[in-house]
Design a protein around this ligand. Structure first.
Ligand code: SF4
Length: 277
């Protein structure tokens, strides 16, 4: 048996099995936008998934493997909780709620724990080292907070937390939040935009181009400035960047940066507000 045979008959077979498992979860009818993990997200992105399923990213074996590793880590954290004698009131339970009139959602919670006599919703997130250090510095993301709010709505429990785990070191960090009715109203308004959307009438973009002024020196040591409007990170990681921004003059540099030159007015505003990066 050659190393190539081993690659084909071991890694190749695992990759194919994982990918087939992931594909079997998709029914080809469009991505359901009404999920807890979609709460707080750009409604235009969700509407693209709903109305244009053919534009959605095809899952890869790598994506399927990452999802599978995440699930395994959840199981491991459950064991840690039991080992620590922490009371698990509920685990991996699916609820059903009406997020909008006539729109059902089936959020699935990681855990409801009892901590010092109080019930707390806890959701685990596995993170890369970079994402973990950002989580330690700045706490949970808006998307994570939105997801927890859906769980809070489903259970009536107002205290919630994200338990982050550094995939590379196993380090843990927790960040708490409380239910905020005005934030929940915002989440609902985003879902409402998706609900009323049609293929020809998608919601407005939830993100705008951001000013970027780069100072640099040319080969002749002459000082130059580069004035650009760049796609925000949410759009750079969105699978619908191209159709969403088509016709807006976005250009792509050799290094993959997507931008369009600033207009004179944008340049003045950026200089006043200091849009340097
Ligand atoms: S590219 Fe940006 S604005 Fe457009 S759908 Fe995606 S996240 Fe929303």
């Amino acid at each position: 048996m050659t190393p190539e045979d081993l690659n084909t008959h071991l890694i190749g077979k695992i990759n194919t099995a994982l990918l087939n498992q992931e594909l079997s979860k998709r029914d080809g009818k469009g991505v359901n936008p009404y999920r807890a993990s979609s709460a707080g997200k750009c409604p235009r992105l969700l509407a693209y998934g709903l109305h244009y399923p053919e534009l959605a990213e095809t899952p890869t074996a790598r994506f399927a493997a990452v999802m599978s590793i995440g699930n395994a880590l959840h199981g491991m954290i459950s064991e840690w909780l039991r080992l620590a004698g922490i009371q698990i009131i509920e685990e991996e339970k699916t609820y059903e709620i009406e997020i909008l009139p006539g729109v059902k959602m089936r959020p699935r919670l990681d855990w409801i724990l009892r901590i010092q006599g109080e019930r707390v919703i806890v959701d685990a997130k596995t993170k890369s080292a970079t994402a973990f250090s950002l989580f330690q510095r700045e706490g949970m993301s808006v998307d994570e907070r939105a997801q927890l709010h859906v769980y809070s709505l489903a259970t009536g429990i107002r205290r919630m937390a994200i338990l982050g785990i550094n995939k590379e070191t196993g380090q843990l960090h927790i960040d708490y939040t409380e239910y905020d009715p005005s934030f929940m109203a915002h989440i609902r308004s985003l879902f409402r935009q998706v609900k009323v959307s049609t293929p020809d009438n998608l919601p407005e973009r939830h993100h705008a181009l951001t000013p970027h002024i780069k100072e640099y020196k040319t080969a002749k040591n002459t000082h130059r400035n580069e004035y650009e409007m760049r796609l925000p990170w949410q759009c750079r990681f969105c699978p619908y960047t191209e159709p969403c921004w088509a016709g807006e003059g976005i250009q792509t540099k050799e290094d993959g940066t997507q931008y369009r030159p600033m207009t004179d007015i944008e340049r003045e505003l950026a200089l006043v507000s200091g849009g340097r990066a």
